[in-house]
Write a protein of this length. Structure first.
Length: 61
């Protein structure tokens, strides 16, 4: 799970494993495998970095 920010500055948690696509239009739009869409303040690069950090964290034992 990663923490992202909606356009109204409200933080929320999203399951990174369910992200299907991301595009910048100019806001970042994330489409989930469930069909849900989220518009966030983070850039696609920032979202990818958060996913990488999360994956590293859960695989370190």
């Amino acid at each position: 799970m990663i923490i992202l920010t909606k356009l109204n500055d409200q933080e929320f948690t999203i399951n990174a494993d369910l992200i299907e696509t991301m595009e910048q239009t100019p806001d970042t739009v994330i489409v989930m495998t469930t069909g849900n869409k989220y518009v966030v303040r983070e850039t696609p690069e920032e979202v990818i970095q958060k996913i990488i950090e999360f994956k590293r964290k859960i695989h370190i034992k």
